[in-house]
Design a protein around this ligand. Structure first.
Ligand SMILES: Cc1ncc(COP(=O)(O)O)c(C=O)c1O
Length: 386
C-alpha cells in the first residue's frame, strides 16, 4: 500500500468539514427532540431546523417556505419530477416530460418510470460532444403538452455546465416548469434561484462538505407537489418523515460556509484543476479532455485515454494512494461503458477509458504533481498489459 492518500473523487462525495461536525453535534444527544413535538425538546429542534431553512434560503435567494428538506439528491429529484409532473397532469392534462441523456439516474430513471407506468410521454434531447444541451434543441422539443423539463446544472461525469438561465427562460415562454439537478453545482456554482430562473432545484449536502443522507429541494411558491413519500404532514404535507435535525443543521452550515468562502475555494479548485488537465494532456500520449474546456465545474477534470481501460487504471492509481473514478459501472468484472460518454458521441470502447478526477479543499499542488507522474507511469503499464 502507498503511504500517500490523495482523494480526487470529490464529485462522488466530500469529507464533512469539522466546523459542520461541530455545528451538528448538539443535535444528536442533547437537543434530540422531534421537531414536530409540541414540548420544549421539540421546540428547540424545530428552531434549529427553521434557522437552517432560513440560512439556506439566504444562499438560494428564496423564501424559507420554498425549501423542502429531503434525504438527498436522489429524493429531491424524485419529488420534483413525480410530485410536480403528477399534479400538473391532473390539473391541466399536460403530460410530456423533457430531459437529457446525461442526467443522473435519479432523473433518467424517474422520467422513464413515469413514461412506462404513469402515462407520461418523454423526450430525451440530443447532447453535444461537450456534454451541453443546445437551447435550440430544447426549444424544438417543447410541445403544447409539455409540462416539465429537467436539465442538470452541472454534469457529474464530465463537469459540463448547462446554460440554465437561458433554458429556464425558454421553458417559461411555453408555460413549462423547469427543474434543475444542482447536486454537482452545489458549493461550486452560484445558486441564486431568481438569477437562474428555475422553478425547482435539487441539492445534496454531501457534495459540499456536509453530511450524507440529507438534501433539499427548492420549489417556487405556487407550485403544487404531490408528495412522493406520503405519511405525516411534515414539510407542509410535501414530504413525510421525521426531520433529520443534525443533518439539516449540518447541511445549512456547510452551504453557508461554501458560499462565504466561495471565491477562495473556487480559485483554489480552478488552479489545481487546470494544472491537472494541462499536466495529463502534456504527459500522457493519447489523453483527451472530455466535457467542455471552459464551461466546466471548477474542481472537475475528466479524460478519455486511448486504449486504457479506466477501471484497470484506477486499480493502479489506488495502489499508489490515489482515489479517482470512472464512468463505467463494473458488473462482475465486465464493465459497462459510460452511457454519458456514448451519448456524447464516443464509441463504447472509448467510453470504457473515461477517467474522472475531482479536486477539493484539501488537495495540494504537490498532490497534483504526484498524480500526474503516477498517471503517466500507470497508463504505460496498463497499455503494456493490454
Ligand atoms: C448530479 C447528481 N444528481 C443526484 C445525485 C444523487 O445524490 P444523493 O447521493 O444525495 O442521492 C448525485 C450523486 O452523485 C449526482 O451527482
Amino acid at each position: 500500500m502507498s503511504a500517500r492518500h490523495i482523494y480526487l473523487d470529490h464529485s462522488a462525495t466530500t469529507p464533512v468539514d469539522p466546523r459542520v461536525v461541530e455545528a451538528m453535534l448538539p443535535y444528536f444527544s442533547d437537543i434530540y427532540g422531534n421537531s414536530h413535538s409540541a414540548h420544549s425538546f421539540g421546540q428547540r429542534a424545530e428552531m434549529a431546523v427553521e434557522d437552517a431553512r432560513e440560512t439556506m434560503a439566504r444562499v438560494l435567494n428564496c423564501k424559507p417556505s420554498e425549501i423542502i428538506f429531503t434525504s438527498g439528491g436522489s429524493e429531491s429529484d424524485n419529488l420534483a419530477l413525480r410530485g410536480a409532473g403528477w399534479t400538473r397532469k391532473r390539473a391541466d392534462g399536460r403530460d410530456h416530460l423533457i430531459t437529457s441523456p446525461v442526467e443522473h439516474s435519479a432523473v433518467i430513471r424517474t422520467v422513464a418510470q413515469m413514461a412506462e407506468v404513469m402515462g407520461f410521454s418523454e423526450t430525451i434531447l440530443p447532447i453535444g460532444s461537450d456534454g451541453m444541451v443546445d437551447p435550440e434543441d430544447f426549444a424544438g422539443a417543447v410541445t403544447p403538452q409539455t409540462s416539465l423539463a429537467s436539465l442538470m446544472y452541472a454534469n457529474n461525469e464530465v463537469g459540463t455546465i448547462n446554460p440554465i438561465p437561458h433554458l429556464a427562460a425558454l421553458a417559461h415562454e411555453h408555460g413549462v416548469l423547469f427543474h434543475t439537478d444542482a447536486v454537482q453545482a452545489g458549493g461550486q456554482m452560484p445558486l441564486d434561484v431568481q438569477a437562474l430562473g428555475v422553478d425547482m432545484l435539487s441539492l445534496s449536502a454531501h457534495k459540499f462538505y456536509g453530511p450524507k443522507g440529507v438534501g433539499a429541494l427548492y420549489v417556487r411558491e405556487g407550485i403544487d407537489l404531490l408528495p412522493s413519500q406520503s405519511g405525516g404532514i411534515h414539510e407542509d404535507g410535501r414530504r413525510a418523515g421525521t426531520l433529520n435535525t443534525p443533518g439539516i443543521v449540518g447541511m445549512a452550515k456547510a452551504l453557508e460556509l461554501a458560499y462565504a468562502e466561495h471565491d477562495a475555494r473556487v480559485a483554489h479548485y480552478q488552479t489545481l484543476r487546470d494544472a491537472l488537465i494541462d499536466g495529463v494532456l502534456a504527459r500522457v500520449p493519447g489523453a483527451h479532455l472530455t466535457g467542455h474546456r471552459t464551461q466546466r465545474l471548477p474542481g472537475h477534470a475528466s479524460f478519455i485515454l486511448d486504449g486504457v481501460e479506466a477501471n484497470m487504471l484506477l486499480v493502479h492509481l489506488d495502489l499508489k494512494g490515489i482515489a479517482g473514478s470512472s464512468g463505467s459501472a463494473c458488473k462482475t468484472g465486465n464493465p459497462e461503458p459510460s452511457g454519458l460518454l456514448v451519448a456524447m458521441g464516443y464509441t463504447p470502447e472509448q467510453a470504457l477509458t473515461g477517467l474522472r478526477l475531482t479536486v477539493g479543499m484539501q488537495t495540494t499542488e504537490a498532490d497534483i504533481d504526484y498524480t500526474i507522474d503516477v498517471i503517466a507511469e500507470s497508463v504505460e503499464k496498463v497499455r503494456a498489459l493490454a
